[in-house]
Design a binder for this molecule. Structure first.
Ligand code: FES
Length: 181
C-alpha cells in the first residue's frame, strides 16, 4: 500500500494552466478575482491529480490572496485531493444516518477487499479509500462517491465487489487523474 503520508511535489504551474486561470478570473470583476479560487483549484487537480501546497501558493499569488485562504478552501471541500490519490478515489459516507444503515460496514468491506485502511492507496495506484461526510443521499445508504462524481447507492457487499471488479476491468482504458469521465 501507499501511505497517506506519501507526498510528491507537483510541477510549477504551466503557461497553459495560467491561461485557464485567466479565463476563470475574467468571469468576475477585477476586484473580485479571488472568486475564481475554486475554479483554479479544480484546474490544478484536473491537470496534476491533486493540489499541493506549492500549487496553493501559486494560486494565491495569482489571485492576490493569502496562501492560507486558498488552503482553507482546499481543506473545506473533500473533493480536493491534498495528496496524490489512486486512479479511483472511493469516498464512503460514514455520517450517522449511513452508519445506522451499514456505512461503516461498507467502508470495512472495501478496506478488506483492497487490503488497505482508510486514507490509503493500493500499491498498484488504482484505489484510494476515504471516509466522506454526508453525500445528501441518506435514504440510499450505504452510499459512496467514485472520483467525486459518480454516486453509488445501496452498496451491499456484493455491489461493492462488483464495483471494484468493474473498475479494475476499465482501469486500462483511461488516463484520467482523479476524475471519472
Ligand atoms: S449520512 Fe450518508 S448520505 Fe447522508
Amino acid at each position: 500500500m501507499i501511505s497517506d503520508a506519501t507526498k510528491a511535489r507537483t510541477s510549477p504551474l504551466s503557461a497553459a494552466t495560467l491561461a485557464r486561470f485567466s479565463k476563470e478570473v475574467a468571469k468576475y470583476p477585477a476586484e473580485q478575482k479571488q472568486s475564481a479560487v475554486m475554479a483554479c483549484l479544480s484546474i490544478v487537480q484536473q491537470e496534476q491529480g491533486w493540489v499541493s501546497s506549492e500549487a496553493e501558493a501559486e494560486i494565491a499569488a495569482y489571485l492576490g490572496m493569502p496562501a492560507m485562504a486558498v488552503h482553507e478552501v482546499t481543506t473545506f471541500y473533500n473533493m480536493y485531493n491534498q495528496r496524490p490519490v489512486g486512479k479511483f478515489k472511493l469516498n464512503v459516507c460514514t455520517n450517522l444516518p449511513c452508519q445506522l444503515r451499514d456505512g461503516q460496514k461498507a467502508l470495512n468491506h472495501l478496506a478488506a477487499k483492497l487490503g488497505i485502511s482508510k486514507g490509503e492507496t493500493t500499491a498498484d495506484g488504482l484505489f484510494t479509500l476515504q471516509e466522506s461526510e454526508c453525500l445528501g443521499a441518506c435514504a440510499d445508504a450505504p452510499v459512496m462517491l467514485v472520483n467525486d462524481r459518480t454516486m453509488c447507492s445501496f452498496m451491499s457487499g456484493d455491489k461493492l465487489d462488483q464495483l471494484i471488479d468493474g473498475l479494475k476491468g476499465v482501469a486500462g482504458g483511461s488516463d484520467s487523474k482523479g476524475v471519472v469521465a
